[in-house]
Write a protein that binds this ligand. Structure first.
Ligand code: GAL
Length: 342
């Protein structure tokens, strides 16, 4: 009898272990099976590619990822979204090519009940309101412009030699991102406003659209250097790649040291941070890719498992139940190491 009892206890114990074990491993298997699709507007965009790399690093052990490059074509991106739906993606992360034209993406998603996380390229509020399973992860463009202007102003106030011709004004050029992008015009405006608010008198020598692109920025900057030799005291670029393009133009023109203007960017890309560390850029504004990637990962998982977005509230603020915006941060030579280690 005792033997039978012992056997029953052992069998029961094994069954419990087996059941719990199974439950856990089937949970892991279930999570593993979650397929998340991503489509980016252009895989050669430095910041976006670093952001997606971050997302891959965070998500690859738990999610099955499919990543597409839309190569700057909204048509191609629409087709990719359909393909990801057909391939069984539970959630799709979309870095829109044309932020004013998300209709096809939204219609396909809604028809198939697949939630969409738009990121980095913000759609207008009328569009995001078209369905309750549309979300946006990004940052607040106003803040990035203001921070850039404040850093530039601080340099001008503390180092009078920046005003090379001593006319009491700062001659500057603005290198702008894509026309119509939420981060372009807003960064330019707020950067200039912050400088003016800090009491800096500005004299705009020129501005040029360089589409976030280093080579285009170099070409535009070379033109400015030819037209206004020795006059430019400050370069404000809407992103780091364009700031680096400006530096390339000075390198190519062999203008060195104190004959250069101060140059500021936004993003804190790997190359941008190095330029700050090496004193080629006076500062940049960190566009928190780790935070945005983490928000996308957590949101994608919650949506895929049919959970509630309130589960994210400990870590993120979700505005209007739809928007997660990560804060920017100022980066100078003084704190750049902290960001390089991220
Ligand atoms: C901005 C970023 C740019 C570029 C752009 C693409 O937020 O600062 O460098 O990546 O997004 O949408």
């Amino acid at each position: 009898m005792k033997k039978v009892l012992v056997t029953v206890v052992i069998v029961t114990a094994l069954a419990i272990v087996f059941l719990f074990g199974c439950k856990n491993s089937s949970k892991v298997a279930e999570d593993k099976k979650i397929k998340i699709g991503i489509t980016v507007y252009d895989q050669y965009d430095t910041y976006v590619s670093e952001l997606v790399k971050c997302f891959e690093d965070i998500a690859k052990d738990e999610l099955d990822l499919v990543i597409y490059n839309a190569s700057q074509s909204q048509q191609t991106q629409n087709t990719q979204v359909q393909k990801m739906i057909d391939d069984g993606c539970s959630v799709i992360c979309v870095n829109l090519v044309d932020r004013t034209d998300p209709s096809a993406v939204i219609d396909k998603a809604r028809k198939n009940n697949v939630p969409i996380i738009f990121f980095n390229r913000e759609l207008v509020s009328g569009d995001i309101g078209r369905w309750n399973k549309l979300f946006y992860v990004g940052a607040d463009a106003v803040q990035s412009g203001t921070m850039q202007g404040e850093m530039a102003a601080m340099s001008c106030i503390t180092d009078k030699s920046i005003d090379k011709n001593g006319d009491g004004m700062i001659q500057f050029v603005m290198l702008e991102g894509e026309a119509g992008h939420q981060d372009s015009i807003v960064r330019s405006e707020n950067s200039v406003n912050a400088l003016i608010e800090a009491g800096i008198v500005l004299d705009r020598v020129g501005y040029a659209i360089a589409n976030w692109n280093r080579a285009q920025a170099q070409t535009k900057m070379a033109q400015f250097l030819e037209n206004y030799p020795g006059e430019i005291e400050l370069v404000l670029a809407n992103n780091d790649d364009m700031a680096l393009g400006a530096i390339d133009a000075y390198d190519a023109a062999e203008i060195i040291g104190s004959d250069r203007p101060i140059i500021l960017g936004v993003d804190g890309t790997d190359e941008g941070l190095k330029a700050v560390r090496d004193d080629k850029m006076i500062g940049t504004v960190y566009n928190d890719k780790e935070g945005q990637a983490r928000a996308m990962f957590r949101l994608a998982k919650v949506l895929a498992l049919g959970g509630d977005i309130s589960e994210l509230s400990e870590e993120f603020t979700v505005e209007d139940g739809k928007y997660i915006r990560l804060p920017y941060a100022k980066v100078t030579a003084g704190n750049v190491n902290k960001f390089m280690k991220k």
